[in-house]
Design a protein around this ligand. Structure first.
Ligand code: NOJ
Length: 751
């Protein structure tokens, strides 16, 4: 439809029709008898259903088409409905959780993954995905860190931009793509004390310099929607924050798309004590420029009165409706209201061999090797025990893979069993596959349950009357298998419901029952390789020093088993790098690499009293941001600079180069990271900030040069003049393999 026609359509709509475009209903209204959150009066459903402009959570091409047909036929202007869903890290083919994707340090992996998610979801009837989540995260207590790509603004921005491009392709009208909704604007990742839905206090300096950058990148990549966050930002709930939404998001960042509230967030301004009632909340939200009210009746029940009484200008309504109509038009819904949804096509493309291969590649690249004593990995032994609750676990996704079928997930046990050279057994007896010409034997034992008895889960409490008996017999079997084996691969991790929304924790250790298993295995195993499946950084207690190798597997998704087995057996060398610092203990939270030095930096050697420190723990992370081993060894040369000054006036750049050499015996990929530090400024600057990264694959003995171009823009920060600018003076450039690198050189910025 032409823009002028959209305007004519808008002019012809009744006020009620317009208001209802701004209302999003939960898909549960179509499930008979389903309890629906958000709407107080059940009898209103039927009325709202006829005109509400969008639906959340309905999928299935036939179902979507039937709802669309009925809706459009009854709608006075036959305007199509919009169908939205959280397609976060997979629809059918599920990729590593976003935190795992961050660990790839390879935006292209996320772009390809998002494109596959879009293709599967679009065929299944979805038009908008609530992804990517670009919230910068520093606090492992917050369960939603699993949905972020980590603690660094630059890495987050690169990943978010790639995801938006993957979901949206060249045009959202293309039937294989979705419109992407960036969330949660803004600062949700800084929830105080890591407690979900809590308030956020951020100085404008930190907000601008760190937290807003990722969202900005996603918006620049063309994201069609933005979601307002649940939290307050410096005392103001985002959905009612006019400065944040109109001045920053719209005027400064130039966002022209649809702004949707998070679920119920407009209504939540009442319990926050920011709005008197839902009517007041509706006024505040529309004034702030929130276009769609997700699942409350603030807009549906109050906007008409607010307009008629003159409390709000009808122009605010019209501009919101126009943005929504425009999105529907961009998606091509006026021509094809199903956006290509088709059962046949969905069946044909879902979980294709090619998609699985992309997911498997993503898993391999996301795994982070933290320890590998005496080259324990890759596995060389022939008698291998796969032990632990994740050895044969199908739930390798996160709580945000809403539409996958876990049965389609490849477990580690299944991946091992598929290998040509493996005879697979469960425990000491039951053979799954056996053939004389295979030289490896893999035995599998669960060892323990995932959760402790009485663990809190997102949906309630996990209790098991036979907990002790069950675990005693699981442990017995695991002991027998471990004593038989030459090497034990111990697969531990958090439960699927232990990270995600509403899963904040004050204790980030593994469940006790798994730690008991760990110590038993350590006592018996000749070699112990520990794998950790997790959606958040954990306090590993004594696992790192007591394991011969330690590999972080995140929540790896559908192809988890294959990707991990590829790494364990040495088909590929690991290359993942930590996107979030891993702490020693929860007491350090938040711990992140790009912090300030303080006026009393702790000396690296010698006396440290009266310097910034803990008495009982290092300041630094146990494993720093950007860290991760490969199966080879790398050396890096000193940083060479093409010049020693950038002049603001001339706009010249400096090239910083290093030579990287693979000094080991295995071909491997290393991620070379560029960090900068502004030595003296009118505002204290972080000790290091990531400004670039490049991967280099080298054969044993091979060397390669990696270069980065440094320009003036990379030196900018949010200054006292309330703008991004650079200041003349000295800078340090660091190039290395993680954020602790001291491989540095100096340059200056001149007028
Ligand atoms: C609440 C979550 O905060 C948000 O991320 C999600 O997109 C919506 N619910 C819709 O499911």
């Amino acid at each position: 439809m032409k823009i002028d026609d959209l305007r004519l359509l808008l002019d012809d709509m009744s006020i009620e029709e317009k208001i209802m475009q701004l209302v999003q209903l939960p898909g549960a209204v179509y499930e008979s008898g389903a309890a629906v959150t958000g709407l107080s009066d059940l009898s209103l459903f039927e009325k709202y259903k006829k005109l509400a402009g969008s639906l959340l959570g309905v999928r299935g091409a036939d179902k979507v088409k039937a709802i669309q047909d009925e809706y459009m036929a009854a709608h006075p202007h036959h305007i199509p409905l919009l169908f939205m869903l959280d397609v976060i890290h997979g629809h059918d083919t599920v990729f590593p959780c976003p935190l795992g994707q961050g660990a790839t340090f390879e935006p292209e992996v996320s772009r390809k993954g998002a494109a596959i998610q879009a293709k599967e979801a679009a065929a299944d009837g979805i038009q908008v995905t609530f992804s990517p989540m670009v919230d910068l995260v520093r606090d492992a207590r917050w369960g939603r860190v699993v949905e972020s790509t980590g603690e660094d603004p630059y890495l987050n921005g690169e990943m978010a931009s790639a995801m938006v491009k993957g979901y949206q392709g060249d045009s959202v009208s293309d039937k294989e793509h979705l419109a992407s909704c960036v969330k949660h604007f803004a600062g949700y990742g800084a929830s105080e004390a890591g407690r979900d839905y809590n308030s956020v206090e951020l100085s404008e300096y930190t907000l601008r310099d760190k937290y807003l950058k990722g969202y900005k990148k996603a918006i620049e990549a063309g994201a069609k929607l933005v979601m307002s966050s649940f939290n307050t930002l410096n005392g103001i709930p985002s959905s009612g924050n006019k400065w944040l939404m109109r001045d920053v998001l719209r005027d400064e960042m130039g966002f022209e798309g649809v702004l949707i509230s998070d679920w119920g967030a407009i209504g939540e301004m009442v319990p926050w004590g920011f709005a008197k009632d839902l009517k007041d909340a509706a006024r505040l939200a529309i004034e702030a420029g929130v276009d769609i009210d997700m699942c409350t009746e603030s807009y549906a029940a109050n906007l008409k009165d607010l307009i008629e009484s003159g409390d709000i200008d009808v122009k605010l309504l019209d501009e919101a409706v126009f943005r929504i109509l425009n999105l529907k038009n961009e998606l091509g819904l006026f021509e094809d209201p199903y956006h290509g949804a088709s059962m046949e096509r969905y069946e044909e493309i879902r979980l294709s061999k090619e998609s699985r291969e992309v997911a498997r590649d993503a898993v391999r690249k996301s795994l982070v090797l933290l320890e590998n004593r005496d080259d324990t990995l890759p596995i060389k032994e022939k008698k291998i025990a796969l032990i632990g609750p994740y050895a044969a676990e199908k739930n390798l996704h996160s709580s945000w893979a809403l539409s996958l079928d876990p049965e389609k997930t490849v477990t580690l046990m299944e991946a091992a069993g598929e290998s040509d050279d493996v005879n697979l057994f469960i425990g000491m007896n039951q053979g799954i596959s056996a053939s004389a010409n295979r030289d490896k034997v893999v035995r599998v034992a669960k060892g323990s349950t995932i959760l402790d008895n009485d663990s809190t889960t997102v949906i309630g409490t996990y209790t098991n009357d036979n907990f002790d008996d069950e675990n005693a017999s699981l442990l017995c079997e695991a002991i027998e298998v471990s004593e038989w084996a030459d090497t034990v691969v111990l697969c531990l991790g958090e439960g699927i419901g232990q990270s995600g929304e509403s899963t904040s924790k004050t204790n980030i250790t593994l469940p006790e029952i798994q730690m008991e298993l760990f110590y038993e295995m350590r006592r018996r195993a000749k070699k112990l390789i520990t794998l950790i499946f997790t959606g958040r950084p954990l306090d590993f207690e004594h696992i790192p020093e007591l394991s011969d190798a330690l590999l972080i597997c995140w929540r790896p998704g559908t192809e988890g088993g294959h990707g991990i087995w590829d790494i364990l057996t040495g088909r590929f060398s690991p290359s993942g790098k930590l996107p979030m610092s891993l702490p020693y203990t929860v007491g350090q939270a938040p711990v992140y690499y790009n912090a300030f030095a303080t006026g009393r930096p702790k000396p690296t050697v010698g006396q440290s009293s009266f310097t910034t420190r803990y008495l009982d723990c290092p300041n630094e992370a146990r494993y720093p941001f950007g860290y991760g081993l490969t199966y080879s060894k790398f050396e890096i040369s000193k940083v060479e600079l093409s010049g020693h000054a950038i002049s603001k006036a001339s706009g010249n750049t400096i090239t910083a180069s290093v030579t990287v050499t693979n000094t080991g015996v295995t071909a491997a990929t290393q991620t070379v990271q560029l960090y900068l530090r502004d030595m003296v400024a009118t505002r204290v600057r972080p000790v290091k900030e990531l400004k670039g990264f490049k991967k280099i694959r080298l054969l044993p003995g091979e060397s390669g040069t990696v270069s980065f171009e440094i320009n003036e823009e990379m030196l900018e920060f949010w200054t006292l003049d309330n703008k991004f600018d650079s200041e003349c003076g000295e800078f340090k450039v660091f190039i290395g393999f993680d954020s602790t690198t001291d491989n540095e050189a100096e340059f200056i910025l001149d007028i």
